[in-house]
Design a protein around this ligand. Sequence first.
Ligand SMILES: [Zn+2]
Length: 347
Amino acid sequence: MRHLIKFLVLAILLFAAPAWAESTSAVVLMYHRFGEAKYPTTNTTLAQLDAHIAYLRQNTFNVVPLSDIVQALKDRKPLTPKTIAITIDDAYKSVFTEAFPRFKKAGFPFTVFVATEAVDKKYTDIMTWDDLRTLKAAGVSLEGHSHAHPHAPALSTDEVAQDLETMKARFKAELNIAPALYAHPYGEAGRADLEIVRKAGFDAAFGQNSGPVYAEGDMFLLPRFALNEHYGAMDRFQLVVNTKPLRAVDVQPSDPVLRDAKPVLTFTVHEPPGDLLGLSCFGPRGERLNTSANKVAVTVTPTTPFPTGRARVNCTIKVQNQWYWFGQEFLAGGMTEGVRVHPRYLK
Ligand SMILES: [Zn+2]
């Protein structure tokens, strides 16, 4: 009898394969600073951080090393529902003083994306190489975030490649680490930059576009949900950690550096959660974009040109009380933060 039950359980698990396949997704969180009220757009208050940790613990989220998620995406292996990873960009000192002790106490692994030049320059609000060695010894993952934190689309391809090589050399010399994961500074990267990162030997790279990661997505422009004082309140935190991916594939325009300030965005939804009639897409000013869905094919048309610089588009749909989300970051108008994109992107 016991064998029969075991067999039945196994059979149910095997035949439930599509449901498991659907769970090949996860939420990756992105933090910057902690308890540094002077910088509200990159800061998370300590009260917010404590509330985030308490929520993840109380609701039995599966907080795993980022590399586990990347490996599962590459292998298209199932991930347990409610799997999340924590990432922190730029290696601010408050990671060491505030986040590290809290995540350690909670037993949560996390990844710091380090821009190496700022560490070399010994800025007082950035961790030292000794701090980073302490994190490494404690099992914290340290990964790549460039050397000079450039706007990659503003550089030549040689300059982008050289910056990555300098970063890798500094990681090797100071930490004896060969980083395998990368976070694009500002989430900015043209199609050619994604390829440079891949050729530099990285397994995957993350942007700053919102949404859960999913196996069919671009492994060199993986999304993360940004958290800061404005976006760190518990209602939004609960929403993002419980969100599932809208599995967009064949996204056009395929180059995030736009030639056209009013691009028609198209994509196909793999394994759609429903008929997509309730899909809403929003532009960089939070404006609703004209969105039409023909079964799995989605067309999104801006009503006004995107503003110059980073332009994020977010598409969401709620099906049976479950939110699904796809986000993409573009660079419009040939400029970002007063810096002109390189002529290679204007051809
Ligand atoms: Zn950064």
